[in-house]
Design a protein around this ligand. Structure first.
Ligand code: PGA
Length: 246
């Protein structure tokens, strides 16, 4: 169960979140929990979760280890904060910052190089879905962004299916629609990495996941977890999502 805070919260707000959140998820042992916070919040987040099962991630990275890239942050810098994960190719990065599948691949390799677990996002836009191109788009993103990995690298990534039309819009894919897309992605992965690796890779669903729809999404065997934006900002609401089985 992963939270993506996007561009919200200061370090003080980060500490306040975890103070409220930790007691609420103390008993949750059925899943991994990762909060992906803005770069300046990573030290406060890492410190807040010390001694718990909760992990911290970043939301992007540059593919170089260091260099003259004003405003960018590298994998080793993220890793040095104690963060363990990084979101790559989120649709907001693709849409507003021109990220391509080629960049997603470079960033995925850089994350692995820095021992960070990449959460690689794929997803179609509304016009793709309406014109019947969902499968073509997902396959293209998987092919260019993920299929070039070596098997040992693939074993370390998490995939997130994030239909662009469902992100921050309040429109959730129905569990059936999400599961169908997950099947398409897994089929692609099977073709490239074989049956066993494809069965093992975790595919998260992201897009307007809320406390009241998480259960029906997670009831789909194809959906291994969720990547939550808006509803991860509030400790009580994200705790309800994490605690969905109870
Ligand atoms: P949302 O965002 O839950 O606010 O739709 C999901 C995401 O962007 O990861």
């Amino acid at each position: 169960m992963a939270g993506n805070w996007k561009m919200y919260k200061t370090p003080a707000e980060t500490r306040a979140f975890f103070e409220a959140f930790l007691p609420l998820v103390q008993a949750a042992s059925h899943c991994e929990i990762v909060i992906c916070a803005p770069f300046p919040d990573l030290p406060a987040a890492v410190e807040s979760v010390r001694g718990t099962r909760i992990q911290v991630g970043a939301q992007d990275l540059h593919w170089a280890r260091e260099g003259a890239f004003t405003g960018e942050v590298s994998g080793p810098m993220i890793q040095a904060t104690g963060a363990t994960h990084v979101i790559i190719g989120h649709s907001e990065r693709r849409e507003y910052f021109g990220e391509t599948d080629e960049m997603v691949l470079k960033k995925t390799l850089a994350a692995l190089d820095a021992s960070l677990a990449p959460v690689v996002c794929v997803g179609e836009r509304l016009e793709h879905r309406e014109s019947g191109q969902t499968e073509t788009i997902l396959c293209g993103q998987c092919q260019k962004g993920i299929a070039c990995l070596e098997a040992r690298q693939f074993a370390k990534i998490v995939i997130a299916y994030e239909p662009v039309w469902a992100i921050g819009t309040g429109k959730t894919a129905t569990p059936e629609v999400a599961a169908e897309a997950h099947r398409v992605i897994r089929k692609q992965m099977r073709a490239h990495f074989g049956e066993e690796a494809a069965a093992e890779v975790r595919i998260l669903y992201g897009g307007s996941v809320k406390p009241d729809n998480v259960k029906s999404l997670m009831a789909q065997p194809e959906i291994d977890g969720v990547l939550v934006g808006g509803a991860s900002l509030d400790a009580a609401s994200f705790a309800k999502i994490v605690n969905f089985p109870s």
